[in-house]
Design a protein around this ligand. Structure first.
Ligand SMILES: [Zn+2]
Length: 876
């Protein structure tokens, strides 16, 4: 990569297409070794362009067999081949271009375009995979209708699927057969999909509210037939929810989901034919945990919701990726909140945001929700575009109100149906329906970095007035040295000494108990009037109303008051997190804060005794901030010290609470069922969390409880909970149970991934040898991203002692493995390398070692995907 600085694509250089595509006919003669693709593209020159303007056909790694214009071979001097594909000049204003290409799916390990997974042929076209199938103007703002004919060997590939509705099928000579699919909805090429395989179909039906009968079909390998019920039930719930909550109805006669073993991402929303990583489809109580069940439901809903937010209204260019992803993540979060997890969902989401998106926004890969440049678009499928993008949508709703927001969404879908648009278009609709000026709000889309908000308050008892003084500041990020103030909605309320909410007026507003403070300047003052008493605590950032880091200077007593009384589950939990974070920070400074820890112990004791605290919330309240998140509290941190201090704080806080923990743990026998309800899952979550805490404390009977729970478990949630609890234990029990698990699920790759993850992530001695053994395990496959992620991911995220070994061996080993992976699957390599980009935030010794490993990697011949990430991480 030394000499190959990847060229940048710039938003400022966007130009509307010179050519439209009126129709596309595709014919595939499918074969894993040599697939022949014939494509007939009807093009029309766009109004306002020069006659004869060149037509760009993107193409990559294709063998061109034939190129014709209106039935005659293209003139040699009218065709230019370059890195991007072909450039055709001298075309008439309308033309039919015929392209015949040959591709080799079985050699495609990048898993973009047409490839082989298991015994099936399948596609992944987002973002730019279609150009690996045929020459075509592969950009999201070119929408057209597709007619697709698939031909294949009938015995090997009995199932032939593509987007839309199947209009024809039949036998062909020589044991072959065919199917023709037509999609009535114009779509961009990234939403194209086909599947050919020997799959079984589990089906169901759904009647939309306007009476359309829709066939629901889930295609899996034959032996997985019994594991599709949850996916189908989730799909039906999502379809109903989208009608009820968002007024969106499905539009084709069939909705198909295909589970694929080898898949780079979670799932893909191709029109009417979703392709899923099998991990997000297959579930049974014996193989999937509650978290898996929740994730499957969420991913199924997410891809389904894309039918409107993404497919019917799509992105003009890839800079607008958050237009579909931020909005769709917001929609799936709402679904899981309303249908499955309720209040716990927000806490889970904020935990993830803080552990992954905040570090991204503070590191070398920071970028705005709507980036303005990229070298490789695959590297922008990030937490920022997805999760922070969803926070932006949520803030818009907070600012303009639920009902107006819903009207805005309806207007957006109606106005832009069938079009490719921008995030600006979206915000403009919200401004229009609300009559609000959202000009300042748009900065959230263009400015990277997590804003810091500081707040302080002074109470004037004689006037009954609370004065709130707020400041915001966003630190510089790569390429953005100076930052502007953002439009930040801060939802707050006041908690009185007896724990009740206080009434007051914001400015000259009405009496209320909750207010949204709209920060728009760098510094601002708000006043709450008419208070009868001094607030004992301010509940800031209720529901996490904005993705900011807030420092309100609250003391231990005020935070403890919120832990005890706040009626907002998020802020209550967040107050506990603040106290726990402070306890860790104090001990990293080598001086435990006795007062703080005593307060925390009292607070935790009270929570454990309070039967009104729901198990799911209690489980979250007992948890310390994640290691990743704690690392962010320090400019330079020693990851092993952070881990050890985190464990020490757990022991200091909970050692004296062991009896109370045992009492709240719950009865494994009673909880061990497959009920998919918030209550049941909350009970299991609390059970597993307390078990893990008791093992960490070395509590009497804890290991025995873990063993019993493991051996008697009927559900994977309890089995995995017991196994995870002992995974850091030096006791022989750990090895014994893990060996048992490996034997039990050896032939079940998705479950075996859990074992890979525990083995790779454990810090017990011998981590490097274990890593070697895992890579040589008969179940491990470099060609399958799930396997690779299961081993490399936890090794980097959880095995601090080995990944962060002081002599740099962990970094060097990972760098070598990433280099190897890059030769097969650049996209996955570019994702997995990211922990190696954090070198600036480590202690000096490790920083040097990680930097050296990254530099060494940079000296190798790398893919564009990986080179892009490594270069940004090393940039001064
Ligand atoms: Zn998505």
């Amino acid at each position: 990569m030394k000499d190959a600085a990847p060229s940048m694509v710039l938003l400022s250089e966007y130009r509307a297409p010179d050519w439209h595509v009126d129709h596309l006919d595709l014919c595939f003669e499918l074969d894993p070794v040599a697939t022949r693709v014939e494509s007939r593209i009807r093009v029309r020159r766009a109004v306002g362009t020069e006659p004869g303007v060149a037509l760009r056909l993107h193409g990559q790694a294709l063998e061109l067999l034939r190129l014709e214009v209106d039935g005659s071979p293209a003139e040699a001097d009218a065709v230019t081949a370059d890195d991007e594909g072909l450039l055709l000049t001298g075309l008439p204003d309308t033309a039919e271009i015929t392209v015949e290409t040959r591709i080799r799916p079985d050699a495609n390990t990048a898993l973009e375009g047409l490839y082989v997974s298991g015994g099936s042929l399948c596609t992944q076209c987002e973002a730019e995979g279609f150009r690996r199938i045929t020459y075509f103007p592969d950009r999201p703002d070119i929408l057209t209708r597709y007619r697709v004919r698939l031909e294949a060997d009938a015995a090997r590939y009995p199932v032939l699927l593509a987007n839309g509705n199947r209009v024809e099928a039949g036998a062909l000579p020589g044991g072959r057969h065919y199917a023709v699919w037509e999609d009535p909805f114009p779509k961009p090429s990234y939403l194209f999909a086909l599947v050919a395989g020997d799959l079984t179909c589990v089906s169901d039906r759904f009647t939309t509210r306007s009476g359309r009968e829709v066939a629901l079909e889930v295609y899996v390998e034959h032996h997985n037939r019994e594991r599709c019920d949850h996916a189908l039930a989730s799909l039906k719930r999502a379809m109903r929810y989208d009608e009820d909550a968002f007024g969106r109805e499905y539009d084709l006669d069939v909705y198909m989901i295909v589970a694929v073993d080898a898949f780079n991402m979670g799932a893909m929303e191709n029109k009417g034919l979703n392709l899923f990583n099998a991990k997000y489809v297959l579930a049974s109580p014996d193989t999937a945990t509650d978290d898996d069940y929740v994730q499957i439901e969420s991913v199924i809903a997410h891809e389904y919701f894309h039918n409107w937010s993404g497919n019917r209204v799509t992105c003009r260019d890839w800079f607008q990726l958050s237009l579909k992803e931020g909005l769709t993540v917001f929609r799936d979060q709402e679904f899981t909140t309303d249908c499955t997890l309720f209040g716990a969902k927000r806490i889970d989401d904020v935990q993830r945001l803080r552990a992954f998106q905040f570090p991204e926004d503070a590191g070398p890969l920071a970028h705005p929700v709507r980036p303005d440049r990229y070298a490789e678009i695959n590297n922008f499928y990030t937490m920022t575009v997805y999760e922070k993008g969803a926070e932006l949508i949520r803030m818009l709703r907070t600012l303009i109100g639920r009902e107006t927001f819903r009207r805005g969404l309806d207007t957006y879908f109606e106005r832009f149906d069938g079009q490719a648009v921008t995030t600006d278009d979206f915000v403009a609709v919200m401004a229009e329906v609300s009559g609000r000026d959202l000009g300042l709000f748009r900065r959230w889309y263009t400015q990277a970095g997590t804003p810091r908000v500081t707040a302080c308050s002074t109470f004037d008892a004689s006037a009954g007035r609370l004065r709130l003084q707020l400041e915001q500041r966003t630190p510089p990020t790569p390429g953005q040295d100076t930052k502007e103030p953002l439009h930040i909605p801060l939802k707050i309320s006041l908690v009185g000494a007896d724990g009740d909410r206080l009434e007051a007026r914001l400015g000259d507003g009405p009496e209320a108990q909750e207010w949204v403070l709209e920060l728009t300047d760098a510094e601002q003052v708000f006043e709450l009037q008419g208070l009868a008493e001094a607030p004992a605590a301010i509940s800031w950032l209720r529901g996490f109303s904005a993705p900011v880091l807030l420092d309100a200077g609250q003391d231990t007593a005020e935070l403890a008051h919120l832990v005890a009384h706040d009626d907002d589950a998020f802020t209550r939990w967040d107050a506990a997190q603040s106290l726990l974070r402070r306890a860790v920070i104090a001990r990293v400074g080598e001086a435990p804060d006795g007062t703080l820890e005593a307060t925390l112990i009292r607070a935790m004791a009270a929570l454990l005794e309070d039967s009104r605290v729901e198990p799911v919330l209690l489980a979250s309240l007992l948890e310390l901030p994640a290691h990743r998140e704690l690392m962010e509290s320090f400019e330079h941190a020693d990851p092993v010290v952070i881990f050890e201090v985190r464990e020490a704080v757990k022991k200091a806080l909970f050692a004296s609470l062991e009896p109370a923990l045992s009492r709240r743990q719950g009865d494994p026998g009673a909880l061990d069922n497959d009920a998919f309800t918030a209550e049941a899952m909350g009970g299991r979550r609390l059970l597993n969390r307390i078990l893990a805490l008791r093992v960490t404390l070395g509590a009497r009977g804890a290991l025995e409880d873990a063993e019993t729970q493991y051996r008697e478990a009927r559900s994977q949630t309890l089995r995995m909970g017991a196994l995870a609890a002992v995974n850091e234990s030096p006791d022989a029990l750990r090895a014994e149970l893990l060996a048992d698990f490996e034997g039990r699920y050896r032939d079940d790759p998705l479950v075996l991934d859990k074992w890979f993850a525990l083995e790779a992530g454990s810090q017990v001695p011998g981590g490097f040898e274990r890593l070697e053994r895992l890579l040589e395990h008969p179940g491990f496959r470099w060609s399958n991203p799930n396997r690779v992620r299961a081993v490399l991911g936890p090794f980097m995220a959880a095995n601090h002692r080995h990944f962060h070994h002081p002599d740099g061996e962990g970094y060097r080993r990972i760098a070598a493995l990433i280099e190897h992976l890059d030769g097969l699957n650049p996209q996955t390599a570019a994702r997995l390398v990211q922990p190696l980009t954090r070198w600036r935030r480590l202690d000096p010794g490790r920083s040097t070692e990680m930097h050296a490993a990254l530099e060494q990697l940079a000296g190798k011949r790398l893919s564009r995907d990986l080179a892009d990430v490594v270069q940004r991480a090393l940039a001064p």
